[in-house]
Design a binder for this molecule. Sequence first.
Ligand SMILES: [Zn+2]
Length: 138
Amino acid sequence: MPKVQQTLKISALKLAAKKAYNNAYAPYSNFFVGAAALTKAGNIVSGCNVENASYGLTVCAERNCIAQAIINGEQEFQTLVIYTEQEKLTPPCGACRQVIAEFLEQSAVVTVVNHLEQQISWTVKQLLPDAFTPKDLV
Ligand SMILES: [Zn+2]
């Protein structure tokens, strides 16, 4: 993908993640998160965290984003952007890293951005080295 087009896609992903952030349901932690992924087909899907009074049922933005894509019939992704309004950039939790490793290639990039325009990126492999993936089941 040409660099300009790639930059536009990342900007669109940040906007989609921020929009999803605004819909997050996080009355217990007040830790609002939005995520947006670019599918291999070039579509943008998004998700937000959804908490529950039974805390263990809470689902993170990253996993809801990936589930949204699957609902729409897409299972392959180019990249994932996560948006928060935390001053400290926070990486995906362990559960999300496992789900990300299921659907994104090891070389795919995951980026966390915040409202201060700060960002940090990792490859999937950096987030979860030696991940257990479908390849381990053959
Ligand atoms: Zn998570």
